[in-house]
Design a protein around this ligand. Structure first.
Ligand SMILES: NC(=O)c1ccc[n+]([C@@H]2O[C@H](COP(=O)([O-])OP(=O)(O)OC[C@H]3O[C@@H](n4cnc5c(N)ncnc54)[C@H](OP(=O)(O)O)[C@@H]3O)[C@@H](O)[C@H]2O)c1
Length: 267
């Protein structure tokens, strides 16, 4: 039997209590990593993820961390150092925003959205790198809003575009130390937040809205947290050591299709 590819590694996934972050944490643990997950307020859900990882034979820890305040990040990383003595993998997954048109955006939402996806991303990388040794792996979870205009998604899209830019600079600066830095850009993945965006952002009911997205997607389904977890597992593996500074789309083909195709009936 081949050894688990991430055996002996320690991973931290922000926002690992549910949705995509949960899927990533469970996959990294299945591949052999001990996992720290952070959450904002749903401690019970975070504890359930910890228990699932421990049942699989890996060590796990859930820590509260509100990424709207980047100054809280170093203390969390100190607790990782106390418990595990090192960090090999950082996945900056958590994000939050208010789905509003740009004309109605409030300064506090702009600040909070950027604090989580930009300020805390920088703070997390800064605090993680001293705990890393070669090979280190950093992955930021971006989104298709970084390069496609999406109604009521403008502020988060701008923050994700900034994150993708930072990924390239961090990759440049950290590559010589054996640390790769990449972003994953998911399309529509079934989670609480995609459902909330469909209902509050686009004012469509989830079931018919999702059916329309499926029809527009070449692989004819929505994405899952497991899909994203699988890609992250590859990016943090030894096999991906020559891959850095990239943003990898995982969207079932949704965003590579020209809207012009819709002019042809049945396309
Ligand atoms: N779902 C999609 O279709 C999709 C598409 C493209 C990109 N993405 C990106 O994928 C990532 C995960 O999305 P998701 O759909 O899985 O989200 P989700 O289901 O809403 O989960 C969000 C996670 O982030 C945590 N979180 C929320 N606000 C936080 C804060 N201020 N500080 C720290 N943690 C906070 C939550 O913790 P609690 O449970 O404690 O609240 C939870 O663990 C995000 O970066 C999102 O932008 C998602």
């Amino acid at each position: 039997m081949r050894p688990a590819p991430l055996s002996g590694r320690v991973a931290l996934v922000t926002g690992g209590s549910r949705g995509i972050g949960r899927g990533i944490a469970l996959r990294l643990a299945a591949d052999g990593a001990d996992c720290v997950i952070t959450y904002r307020k749903q401690a019970q859900l975070a504890e359930e993820v910890v228990q699932a990882i421990e049942r699989g034979g890996r060590r796990a820890l859930a820590l509260p961390l509100d990424l709207a305040d980047p100054t809280g990040v170093p203390a969390t990383m100190e607790r990782v150092a106390e418990r595990f003595g090192r960090l090999d993998i950082l996945v900056a997954n958590a994000a939050a925003t208010a789905f509003r048109p740009m004309e109605e955006q409030k300064p506090h939402n702009i600040d909070r959205t950027f604090a989580i996806s930009v300020g805390s991303f920088i703070a997390a990388v800064q605090a993680a790198v001293p705990l890393m040794r070669s090979p280190g792996r950093i992955v930021g979870i971006s989104g298709i809003d970084s390069h496609q205009a999406m109604l009521r998604h403008g502020v988060l899209g701008a923050a994700k575009a900034a994150m993708e830019s930072l990924v390239r600079t961090f990759a440049l600066e950290l590559g010589p130390r054996g640390i790769t830095v990449n972003a994953v850009s998911p399309g529509i993945i079934v989670t609480d937040s995609s459902q909330m965006y469909m209902e509050r952002g686009l004012e469509r009911e989830w079931t018919p809205g999702a059916a329309t997205v499926i029809e527009m997607t070449p692989v004819r389904r929505l994405g899952t947290a497991e899909d994203v977890g699988g890609l992250v597992a590859y990016l943090v593996s030894d096999a991906a050591g020559f891959l850095t500074g990239q943003t990898i789309l995982i969207d079932g083909g949704l965003t590579m299709v020209s809207p012009m195709n819709r002019l042809k009936e049945g396309a």
